[in-house]
Structure formats: structure tokens, C-alpha cells
Design a protein around this ligand. Structure first.
Ligand code: 5AD
Ligand code: SF4
Length: 465
């Protein structure tokens, strides 16, 4: 990475993040990479010398939304120019990767287009853009490991719960999905690098780590002897960091849920009882057209094995309705599978074609009103199951990691082991700690409870790493 030869002048950067948790993680790392160059974060785009749009390509019309956002930014840039202030606009994330030069052609106000595999070059690209006034494009998949070139995460107090990307990209090629094209081939970070990052986060007071990857359970990072570690082995190693109390991982593919990983739900108390495992569709015909490489009964068999070792687990999933050729009968199979499993949470999507993916040329299209009806039907079913799951925790005593202030004054909020939001009356000083809470009631989006009296707070993290 290029360092400016002189002490950098203080500047402001505004980062607008769209999409998944991995993008949030990437935005944090971009901010950290720019910090040594003198950039401080600002929430106000009008006062930013550098504005970064960290984009997502999963949602419908993603590229169009980026272009309209860029239209607004162009006006802001022009206003600042009239005041004699320069502004750089950078587009990052999966839309940057997918659209590349098209962005600079269509939106000349954009100075930098940087794909997710090139964030370690961001500071250099920014310096080049200031120095030359020329557009900078970095959307290749470089051979070097970007994580090894990003700066270490800084000191200072962090939030109670943090994400750490351990794996990126995907080799599964589901026919509806852009990820194999925008994030590239599967890549796993080395365990030593991940352990060091988690230790640094632990020293800053982080108590919970969620390992991120588009296909996280296919993790196979090279250990010190060059041999690959499984995700289970990595989780066991991270569990040895004493002040990390909770581990989670997302997103998994059913094919990679091996016995070792499933068994960990029983063997490793720090691994939280929550699993996000997309099934996408319940009809084997549609699953085949999606190239999911599993059937509905394969999926159910995985869930059965998971529930055998951890009967109380909260299960979450992704479901797509209206994939090309999906009949009423196919959709019934999706509803039936969801009903049999009883998810605690689910993310439901209307299929929409992503240019360049194999499914984009499949026919027949499902009319939008049918998609809407199906989405409504599956969401209603999931909502019912989610509320039933939440109601079943009323009366139980659960550990809650407090993450911030609650909705009402005097309240603090946190997450149960099942990732449910929990609100209690309590002092702000408890934020960042784990408490035991008696759950009293459930409402559509959260639980409320009382902190158990006489509870002994755990040791603060700092000393224990
Ligand atoms: N249309 C609708 N939903 C999609 N997803 C991915 N691609 C598409 C698409 N083309 C959903 C899948 C995936 C989640 C992150 O987004 O369910 O698991
Ligand atoms: Fe996309 Fe997930 Fe399928 Fe990979 S496994 S192609 S990330 S939906």
C-alpha cells in the first residue's frame, strides 16, 4: 500500500453501506485503511472530502439504485466545488465489481471504482485520484491476499459484538446468484491471521464474534503446517480465547454441513444455538434448476442431524419465490418444507433476474402479482413460526449480551443466544456485558425481561485474553 510521503492533512470520509454484513465489515476495514492517510469518518456526506458508496448487487435493480444515488452525489460534489472544496466519489462493493468501467462511463462524477478484492489498494487509489485527477479502476481479482495487506484493526473500545470475514467468494454457482461473479472464487483466510484479529478485538472488549463468508462452512484456510483447517477447527481454536464468550457463523450451504461442524453445537458451549441455512426452494425440480446440488429431503436430513445434537436450536433460512418455471405445486412444496421445519427466522425474496447469471435467460417468468402472493403466503407462515419460537422462550432464563441502549429511556438492549432482540430496564454501564435475564413477554420483534437479581457479572474482557 502506498503511504503519503508527508504527514497527511486531516480529511473526512463518508461511507454509505448497502447490503449484507460482509459489506458492513468491509466498510469498517476501508475506514481503517484510510485512517493512516488522515481520514476521519463523518456521518454527513456534505462535509466529506471522500464519499464511498459500498454497494450490494443482491437486491433487485441494484445498479439502477446506485446510479440514482450517484446522480444526487454529483450535485453535492458540484455544490462543494462552487465553494472551492474538492470531493472524490468512490464506488465499492459488488456493483463496482459487476459494472466496472460502465460506472465511470455513465457517471463521470465517479473518481474511483474498487471491487471487493482490491480494498487493500484503496488508500493508494485515493491518493492517485487526488494527485492526477484521473479516474481509478480496480476490479480485477489480484493474486495477493487483500487481508494480509489491510492494516491491523486499531485499538480503542469496540462494540460488544463484531463481524470477522473468514471466507469470501463462492464456487457453488447457484443459477440465480451473482456472488461467484462479483466476489469471485472461494477464498479462505489463514487461521493464524483470523486468530490474531479476534484476539485484538477481544482486547478491545468484544465478547461475541460472527464469522462471515458467502459459503462460510466451506472454510478451508491453510494452517501453520500448510494443511487446511475446517470451520469447526477454527471455531474450536477461537473458543480458546477466554474473553470471547460467543461464536456464530454465517452463511452456510447445506452440502457443507459436515458431522464435525454439526457436533460442535453440542460440544462447544461458546457456539450459539443459531444456524442460518438457506434452502431457497422446496421443490426438487426447482432446486435442480437453481443448481443447488441438494434436494428437499437432503436439506431436511441435515436439519434432523442438527436438531439431534441441539434440539433447541434457532434455525434461519433464505427462501426465493417465483423462480422461472415455479408452478403452484412447486411453491406448495416450499411452503410445506418451511412448515415442517418451523424456522425461528427467515429472509424471503421474490426472484429477480441478475444480468449475466444462467437463470436470467430461463423461462417462463412468473408474473409479478403471483410472486407477490407467494411472498406474502410464505412470510405469513414464517411470521407465525417466528412468533411461536419467541413465545416459547417466555418464562425462560437466558443469557443476554447487551449491545446498546434500548428503545425506551432507561432500557438497554441485547441479544439472546438465539439472536432474539431482548429489552430490559438497566444501566448503560452493563452494555458490553452478558447478563442473565428472565424473559417475561414477546412482542412481534423483540422480547422483554428483567435482569435476574443477585447476578454476578462476568469479568471484563481486557484482562483475560
Ligand atoms: N433473486 C432473488 N433472491 C436472490 N438471492 C440471491 N440472488 C437472488 C435473486 N436473483 C437471495 C438468496 C440468497 C440471499 C442472500 O439473497 O436467497 O441466499
Ligand atoms: Fe450464491 Fe450462496 Fe449459491 Fe454461492 S451458495 S452461488 S453465494 S446463493
Amino acid at each position: 500500500m502506498a503511504q503519503a510521503p508527508h504527514k497527511p492533512l486531516p480529511k473526512k470520509v463518508h461511507i454509505k453501506t448497502f447490503g449484507c454484513q460482509m459489506n458492513s465489515y468491509d466498510s469498517e476495514r476501508m475506514a481503517e485503511a484510510l485512517e493512516p492517510e488522515g481520514y476521519a469518518l463523518t456521518g454527513d456526506p456534505a462535509e466529506a472530502d471522500l464519499v464511498i458508496l459500498n454497494t450490494c448487487h443482491i437486491r433487485e435493480k441494484a445498479a439502477e439504485k446506485v446510479y440514482s444515488e450517484l446522480g444526487r452525489m454529483r450535485l453535492a460534489k458540484e455544490r462543494r466545488r462552487q465553494e472551492g472544496r474538492g470531493t472524490l466519489i468512490a464506488v465499492a462493493g459488488c456493483v463496482a465489481q459487476a459494472e466496472g468501467t460502465e460506472i465511470i462511463a455513465r457517471a463521470p462524477a465517479v473518481d474511483i471504482v474498487v471491487g471487493p478484492q482490491s480494498y487493500h489498494r484503496l488508500a493508494f487509489l485515493v491518493a492517485e485520484a487526488w494527485a492526477t485527477g484521473n479516474g481509478q479502476l480496480a476490479t480485477d481479482f489480484p493474486a495477493e491476499d487483500k487481508f494480509a495487506h489491510l492494516p491491523e484493526r486499531p485499538q480503542g473500545k469496540a462494540q460488544a459484538s463484531a463481524f470477522v470475514t473468514v471466507q469470501e467468494g463462492c464456487d457453488k454457482f447457484c443459477t440465480f446468484c451473482v456472488v461467484p461473479y462479483t466476489r469471485g472464487a472461494e477464498f479462505s483466510r489463514a487461521p493464524a491471521e483470523i486468530v490474531a484479529e479476534v484476539e485484538r478485538l477481544a482486547a478491545r472488549g468484544v465478547r461475541e464474534i460472527t464469522l462471515l463468508g458467502q459459503n462460510v462452512n466451506a472454510y478451508h484456510g491453510a494452517g501453520p503446517d500448510g494443511r487446511p483447517w475446517t470451520l469447526a477447527k477454527l471455531l474450536r481454536r477461537l473458543a480458546q480465547i477466554s474473553s470471547i464468550d460467543r461464536l456464530r457463523y454465517t452463511t452456510s450451504h447445506p452440502l457443507d454441513m459436515n458431522d464435525e461442524l454439526i457436533q460442535l453445537f453440542d460440544d462447544e458451549p461458546k457456539l450459539m444455538p443459531y444456524l442460518h441455512l438457506p434452502f431457497q426452494a422446496g421443490s426438487d425440480r426447482i432446486l435442480k434448476a437453481m443448481n443447488r446440488k441438494h434436494t428437499a429431503s437432503d436439506y431436511e436430513a441435515v436439519i434432523r442431524r442438527v436438531r439431534e445434537v441441539r434440539p433447541d436450536i434457532a434455525l434461519s433460512t433464505d427462501i426465493i419465490v417465483g423462480f422461472p418455471g415455479e408452478t403452484d405445486r412447486d411453491f406448495e412444496a416450499t411452503l410445506a418444507l418451511a412448515a415442517r421445519i418451523r424456522f425461528a427466522q427467515a429472509f424471503t425474496f421474490k426472484y429477480s433476474a441478475r444480468p449475466g447469471t444462467p437463470a436470467a435467460s430461463l423461462e417462463p417468468h412468473v408474473p409479478d402479482d403471483v410472486k407477490r402472493e407467494r411472498l406474502y403466503a410464505v412470510q405469513s407462515l414464517i411470521d407465525g413460526d417466528r412468533h411461536a419460537f419467541d413465545r416459547a422462550t417466555v418464562g425462560r432464563r437466558l443469557e443476554v449480551l447487551f449491545e446498546g441502549p434500548g428503545r425506551k429511556p432507561g432500557q438497554i438492549a441485547g441479544r439472546s443466544p438465539y439472536l432474539q432482540a431482548v429489552h430490559v430496564e438497566g444501566p448503560k454501564g452493563l452494555i458490553g456485558q452478558i447478563g442473565v435475564v428472565d424473559i417475561l413477554a414477546s412482542s412481534p420483534n423483540s422480547l422483554t425481561g428483567v435482569i435476574k437479581s443477585g447476578f454476578e457479572w462476568r469479568e471484563p474482557a481486557q484482562a483475560a485474553v
